[in-house]
Design a protein around this ligand. Structure first.
Ligand SMILES: NC(=O)c1ccc[n+]([C@@H]2O[C@H](COP(=O)([O-])OP(=O)(O)OC[C@H]3O[C@@H](n4cnc5c(N)ncnc54)[C@H](O)[C@@H]3O)[C@@H](O)[C@H]2O)c1
Ligand SMILES: O=C(O)[C@H](O)CO
Length: 324
């Protein structure tokens, strides 16, 4: 008999079919308590769980006593209670690498659009404000050869550094949990403590995972030490930044502008003060959202679940020690 799994995210047909050749699949809309109650038998017998974004916590795991493997269509896994998974010997698979280059492109798009005010001025053209040759109220600031600070020099940080170094001649300063030899050798990236990176960078790009340590790592004190001309970019996770402090820093001119792909609350509420600031580019968490990359992430997650339920956890496993 095929193992049973729960699928809580729509997949392209070809991937759904691939999943069904290996597993008996129950497709559910989400992991809300009412959904779990409605499909209680399927959750109780499932050995695998595949989807993205939703919270997988102790309360859910209690309803899934047979669960052996979870597979998320993402690289970030802050929505999983990893300690609870470990306690039950449930492995967690994720999708690093396949999205790295695409997310680095998004970061570069945020850098360029914030500095050159691309969204703001394009909107002004659309409402008919371009009526004579433009003056300084349409100007932005340069990107090339400015100092790029990267907080979180991991896979995505490295791909961003490559773009900035070779494409834009930008000196790279970075902070991470450890020195990144490849970044230092290939892009002459310079390691600095958090304070140095914040103080000396023209662009401060956050590409950190959300953990207890990184929650609100960037707040009032950190914005206060950035240059007044600094542009702040976040494409890691929203709660790494204290959004109230960010709004104040933007309003008070402590920094010049911000480009954001992630927010403390998503979807970003329409009454968020960030949306009333002209110097903010706000994207709807599209870091990896291209047709090609989202397909590759879903395919990777499907393969990861097949591997994990066959006892193969050498690749893409967050907690291989939990394998039974
Ligand atoms: N916006 C999006 O759509 C999108 C897409 C993909 C990933 N992400 C986010 O980006 C994160 C990074 O992805 P990655 O593949 O580069 O991960 P990675 O594990 O390769 O890199 C993470 C980096 O953060 C550093 N780090 C962790 N904690 C730190 C701390 N307290 N202080 C300083 N540095 C710290 C690590 O040393 C490492 O350099 C993901 O965890 C996810 O949250 C967002
Ligand atoms: O972590 C990730 O992969 C992105 O944020 C997409 O959810």
């Amino acid at each position: 008999m095929k193992p049973s799994i729960i699928l809580y995210k729509a997949l392209p047909d070809v991937l759904q079919q691939r999943l069904e050749t290996h597993f008996s699949v129950t497709r559910v809309p989400d992991l809300k308590p009412e959904t779990v109650a409605q499909f209680a038998d399927a959750f109780a017998s499932a050995q695998g769980l595949l989807g993205s974004s939703e919270k997988v916590d102790q309360a859910l795991l209690e309803k899934m006593p047979q669960l052996r493997a979870t597979s998320t269509i993402s690289v970030g896994y802050d929505n999983f209670d990893v300690d609870a998974l470990n306690a039950r010997n449930i492995v967690l698979m994720h999708t690093p690498t396949v999205l790295t280059e695409t997310v680095a492109d998004t970061l570069m798009a945020l850098v360029l659009s914030s500095a050159r005010r691309v969204v703001e001025v394009a909107e002004r053209v659309k409402v008919g404000e371009w009526t004579s040759s433009i003056g300084p109220d349409w100007f932005g600031v340069d990107v090339h050869h400015k100092t790029l600070g990267i907080i979180g020099m991991g896979r995505i940080g490295l791909a961003l550094a490559q773009r900035a170094h070779f494409g834009f001649g930008m000196p790279i300063l970075y902070n991470a949990r450890r020195h990144h030899t490849e970044a230092e050798e290939r892009f002459q990236a310079r390691y600095g403590d958090l304070e140095t990176v914040l103080k000396e960078s023209d662009f401060v790009c956050v590409v950190l995972p959300l953990t207890e340590e990184t929650h609100h790592l960037i707040g009032e004190k950190q914005f206060a030490i950035m240059k007044k001309s600094a542009i702040f970019i976040n494409a890691g996770r929203g709660p790494v930044v204290d959004e109230t402090a960010l709004v104040e820093a933007l309003r008070n001119g402590e920094i010049l502008a911000a480009g954001l792909d992630v927010f403390e609350k998503e979807p970003l509420p329409i009454d968020s003060p960030l949306l009333s600031l002209p110097n903010v580019v706000a994207l709807p968490h599209i870091g990896s959202a291209t047709h090609e990359t989202r397909y590759n992430m879903a395919a990777c997650a499907v393969d990861n679940l097949i591997d994990a339920l066959n006892g193969k956890v050498e690749k893409n496993c967050v907690n291989p020690q939990a394998a039974r």
